[in-house]
Design a protein around this ligand. Structure first.
Ligand code: RIB
Length: 310
């Protein structure tokens, strides 16, 4: 019996406007379209795992508004176990997302119910968490909750994959409990103290990965979009895994798709390099589709995609 993945994280309703480009500071733009999608970094990763056919549960909170019911239903539809997704008074998390015609985005998240996921929710779900083959977390929940989760994972020897998004300074205790940290380029710049516009090249990624490893995580993956993913592991392996060339229409949740694919593939026994190739395929498919959760591919989609690339 496979141990499930448990995602401890956010659930959002994404309000998405598309325009020629993402607005510059102070700029007003006429948009081309508006849509709502089910999102939230935690929920996207959970749905990603569920679509790939791997058992997954989520520990999270939604609000008692209409969105909350809808967001929970979307998780269930992707076969995510939602017994530990509680409804609390107030609004659900929302994300305001602008997408340009090149598929790039910027996002403002208002946490709502996600901000009410507290340390006591970790102890309340300790039975579920203890059974996990891996725990996935991100930074859209209170830091104190993540710190409690990190201690729990470390004590119970459960691998913790942390997507440090949205990026912020992290306490040493969290970093030391992490098995995999998976920043994208902008998060890597913040975590490694690079200049905001500094290009993240494979060489910069290598330096940043070493810096992160020295602070505690056992393994690092830097997600570098079209350039690929840089992996640095505890056993000393350092490598760039190339990405797949596709026409991106919406890059929202590409990083979440990667993490879902990477975690599933590792738990299916693949080596990190192979898992990163699989994860890149999951992310590549996701950017060819609109929306966060709706863009997550099934295992069969990924198989077909990989065959088409041979
Ligand atoms: O990673 C993409 C996600 O970030 C979106 O779905 C949005 O909800 C924000 O949390």
């Amino acid at each position: 019996m496979r141990k499930p993945i448990v995602v401890v994280g956010s659930i959002n309703l994404d309000l998405v406007a598309t325009a020629d480009h993402v607005p510059l500071p102070g700029e007003t733009l006429t948009g081309k379209s508006f849509n709502t999608f089910h999102g939230g970094k935690g929920a996207n990763q959970a749905v990603g795992v569920g679509r790939l056919g791997f058992p997954v549960s989520m520990v999270a909170k939604v609000g008692d508004d209409a969105f909350g019911t809808e967001l929970k239903a979307s998780l269930r539809k992707a076969k995510v176990e939602v017994k530990a997704v509680k409804t609390v008074t107030g609004s659900s998390g929302v994300a305001l997302i602008n997408i340009g015609s090149d598929g790039q985005n910027n996002i403002v998240v208002v946490p709502g119910a996600n901000g009410k996921l507290l340390p006591k929710d970790i102890s309340a779900n300790s039975g579920l968490l203890r059974k996990a083959g891996m725990i996935l977390a991100q930074l859209e929940i209170p830091l104190i909750t993540l710190e409690t989760l990190a201690v729990f994972a470390h004590r119970n020897k459960i691998p913790l994959m942390l997507d440090p998004a949205p990026a912020r300074e992290l306490p040493g205790g969290v970093l030391q409990a992490v098995s995999w940290i998976t920043p994208n380029e902008s998060e890597a710049r913040i975590l490694c103290g690079l200049a905001p516009n500094e290009a993240v090249t494979p060489r910069t990624a290598a330096r940043c990965a070493d810096l992160l490893l020295a602070r505690g995580p056992k393994n690092v993956v830097i997600k570098m979009g079209a350039q690929g993913a840089y992996i640095a592991t505890a056993d000393g392996a350092r490598q760039m895994v190339p990405s797949f060339t596709v026409k991106a229409v919406d890059t929202t949740a590409a990083g979440d798709a990667f993490n879902a694919g990477f975690a599933v593939s590792l738990l299916r026994g693949k080596e990190p390099r192979e898992a990163a190739r699989y994860a890149s395929a999951v992310a590549a498919i996701s950017v060819t589709r609109n929306g966060a959760q709706p863009s997550m591919p099934s295992a069969r989609d990924v198989e077909r995609f990989l065959k088409s690339q041979d």
